[in-house]
Design a binder for this molecule. Structure first.
Ligand code: SF4
Ligand code: SF4
Length: 456
């Protein structure tokens, strides 16, 4: 097993769960669940349901106008209670009221022998029919893969990218996981010439029973588990830049769906009502409301309305409304303070209470876990070429130059500077003393380039 060393590791300490088997709470049935078409990057959705439709688990909810064979299926049976629209009339949420005691869609189970004998065309057809295809990402843009794709590499990490994502030891100990992982790996080996399976060093003692399936160990620090960071470390030639990847929970669900015939309807979430605590794992229906998940860990959710709730990733996640629903690839909720209280006698200990990577803050000398907040601690200023952003970039880019090329509309120059390698980890924005949202600027430029120049 090879170890991948993270370039420019990020040093702000985050809480670690030291329990061998952290507590998992099983949530009751949520009042509603939702599927969010706008969450699927680049997809041009065409709705296939309308308000008050009675649907069964597995009913197609929408298809992608770019490829009508790519459809997203309802995870549950129920009634379409609402369809909400966001900016420019993009479909924000398809809200479903699940039927009581409803189960997920059911298909013909396959044996391992049948799976390994599938042709590439049959595999793609099978994944599309069962609504799994939209859960596969293809780099560098993280779009749904093209059917004609012949990928050279696939990367699966047992830990999702988000620093507060559910721990592999919790997912892997669930019944049948080893078989599901083996089946999913067999499918991925049909789609890609080589499959890399990575796991963080700290989780290795807990995943011993599947050790022979793991090809690489990775650093524990954010964002070492991002498949794009792993790709940067392992790629041998440019042909591997179009590697495939899947979130580990979707990967295991794919294995379960093939072997048992039923698509799991639940997802493991990690909920942290405070950044300084390691959080609680909650097994709940996919697409549950944020307020419903928070109520599993906090007796009075109204108190959390005073905080900012970040879904899936402190550094690159989404600010979630408490009454909105979890989106498909999201698996964590973290509540952070909106404001930072005034530091008394700050002139005596400047920055002692502020989490920062900067050497000008005294917090740099402690290993304390800080209660992060969402204030930017300063105002937007021009770039001062300090180089902090490049010192934290996990794929060794020069974010300041890429950002300037993007703002000047020089897309080709940004690509020459490595824009397509950017993992959108958000660390450059986090450390920038001028409060420049580098990661957002790069993401917008990348999306625009892809939509205008690459897709039809
Ligand atoms: S961290 Fe900010 S100010 Fe410093 S070089 Fe990067 S973009 Fe410029
Ligand atoms: S978001 Fe910033 S730090 Fe992260 S990979 Fe992109 S350029 Fe580098």
């Amino acid at each position: 097993m090879k170890h991948l060393k993270l370039k420019n590791p990020f040093n702000i300490p985050l809480p670690v769960d030291t329990h061998r088997a952290p507590e998992v709470r099983h949530a009751t049935a949520p009042p509603t669940i939702a599927v969010s078409p706008s969450h699927f990057r680049y997809v041009k959705p065409r709705l296939l349901v309308k308000m008050l439709d009675r649907i069964k688990a597995g009913t197609p909810l929408f298809y992608d106008k770019r490829d009508p064979s790519v459809r997203l299926l309802s995870p549950v049976s129920g009634i379409v209670q609402n369809i909400t629209f966001g900016h420019r009339r993009c479909i924000d949420e398809i809200v479903i009221e699940p039927s009581p005691n409803g189960s997920g869609p059911y298909y013909e189970p396959l044996s391992m022998d049948q799976i390994t004998r599938l042709s590439r065309e049959d595999t793609i057809e099978l994944l599309k029919t069962r609504g799994i295809w939209p859960f596969i990402h293809q780099f560098p843009y993280k779009d749904i893969p093209k059917t004609e794709l012949n990928a050279k590499l696939a990367i699966i990490c047992l830990q999702s990218t988000d620093p507060f994502a559910p721990l592999p030891r919790v997912m892997i100990r669930q019944t049948g996981t080893r078989d599901y992982l083996t089946a999913a790996l067999a499918i991925m080996s049909i789609l890609a010439n080589e499959v890399i399976v990575a796991a963080p060093v700290s989780e290795m003692p807990y995943v011993n029973h599947i050790r022979e399936l793991i090809t690489h160990s990775i650093h524990d620090r954010y964002p070492a588990s991002d498949p794009k960071v792993i790709l940067y470390q392992v790629r041998k030639h440019p042909g591997q830049n179009t590697a495939l990847s899947m979130d580990i929970q979707d990967f295991l669900d794919m294995g379960a769906c093939l072997l048992t015939g039923s698509m799991p309807t639940t997802r493991l979430y990690r909920i942290c009502s405070d950044v300084t605590a390691p959080g609680i794992h909650v097994l709940a229906q996919k697409g549950s409301p944020a307020s419903f998940l928070l109520s599993s860990v906090c007796s009075d959710v109204s108190k959390l309305e005073q905080k900012n709730i970040v879904a899936s990733g402190l550094f690159s996640g989404r600010l979630a409304q408490i009454h909105s629903h979890m989106r498909h690839f999201e698996s964590s909720l973290v509540c952070i303070d909106r404001e930072y209280p005034e530091e008394p006698f700050g002139f005596v200990a400047p920055g002692f209470e502020k989490a920062s990577e900067s050497n000008t803050f005294l917090s740099r000398v402690t290993s304390r876990i800080y209660n992060l907040d969402s204030t930017v601690h300063g105002e937007h200023r021009p770039c001062i070429n300090c180089g902090y952003c490049q010192k934290k970039c996990p794929v060794e880019l020069f974010p300041q130059f890429i950002m300037k090329a993007c703002l000047a509309g020089e897309e080709e120059e940004a690509i020459e500077l490595g824009m397509l390698d950017c993992t959108l980890c958000g660390l450059c924005s986090f450390v920038c003393p001028s409060k420049i949202e580098l990661s957002d600027i790069i993401e917008q430029a990348m999306n625009q380039y892809y939509k205008e120049r690459v897709t039809i």
